[in-house]
Design a binder for this molecule. Sequence first.
Ligand SMILES: Nc1ncnc2c1ncn2[C@@H]1O[C@H](COP(=O)(O)OP(=O)(O)O)[C@@H](O)[C@H]1O
Ligand SMILES: [Mg+2]
Length: 302
Amino acid sequence: MRSDFIRTYSPRMEALARAQAQTRVSAAIRQPEVDSADPLAAFRVKKEPYYRPVADEVELYEAAYSVRMPMMLKGPTGCGKTRFVEYMAWRLGKPLITVACNEDMTASDLVGRFLLDVQGTRWQDGPLAMAARYGAICYLDEVVEARQDTTVVIHPLTDARRVLPLEKKGELIEAHPDFQLVISYNPGYQSLMKDLKQSTKQRFGALDFSYPSHEVEAEIVAHESGVDLETASKLVHIGERARNLKGHGLDEGLSTRMLIYAGSLIAKGIAPRAACRMALVRPITDDPDMRDALDSAVTTYF
Ligand SMILES: Nc1ncnc2c1ncn2[C@@H]1O[C@H](COP(=O)(O)OP(=O)(O)O)[C@@H](O)[C@H]1O
Ligand SMILES: [Mg+2]
């Protein structure tokens, strides 16, 4: 039997539905108003992010930005790609719009859509349209997570045309001179289904990111977690041991981010072994032998 035939009146459900409708309307009215003087005000990086250069990536990126070359940051998770873009946006004095891509993302999520509100329909730029229109760096994090049709919308923006067609609206945005597109990409995860097309790849310059050298990584871990350099160096040793197991039972090496988590727990007074178990070993593997191997790496240093 269809449920609407047996629909019974419930004052509580009615009140809930009314309240929900009300919040929907007020949410539509309270859409963030774009400040017309500086539409990208919310995306300016106000404070210098801590970034420890690993090689010559800062100079290379600056050169790439100076010719507005679209950039692809390649490397495993947690090795500093996002932090690097934030730092470069700050250094270049450009606003940064970051989009964390996921498999439910559609082209409209990037480009924009018509919204219904009390005054009728109105267009709302998506993050990519906003960046192109007003001149920001647009960072598409983990771009292969998005559906393939999504990546196609970036094509006309990443060649000599530098335009973004808003098909639904019938508008062609010519990218602002400051606009640049940056994507991140983890070559380790990619299945054939999820790899970027050559036609997409060949529109970008690429910088390889990997784990920094021992000294540099220890410095980063100490800075970010608050442990002393000696403890940070031990954590990095454990990380390096685990990275050697990649391909021998571990899918991905221990990231700098994980080492920072472990360090932060130690800095809070947690015993180093417990901190490492929780922040380093348990998250990356369920395999009992692998856990033993990693636990013994921990006990070697702590
Ligand atoms: N070169 C670096 N300089 C400063 N911090 C770094 C660096 N590399 C990694 N980090 C630290 O590691 C964390 C994870 O890096 P993140 O940029 O989020 O990684 P990714 O985007 O590559 O997954 C950052 O929050 C930052 O604390
Ligand atoms: Mg990231």
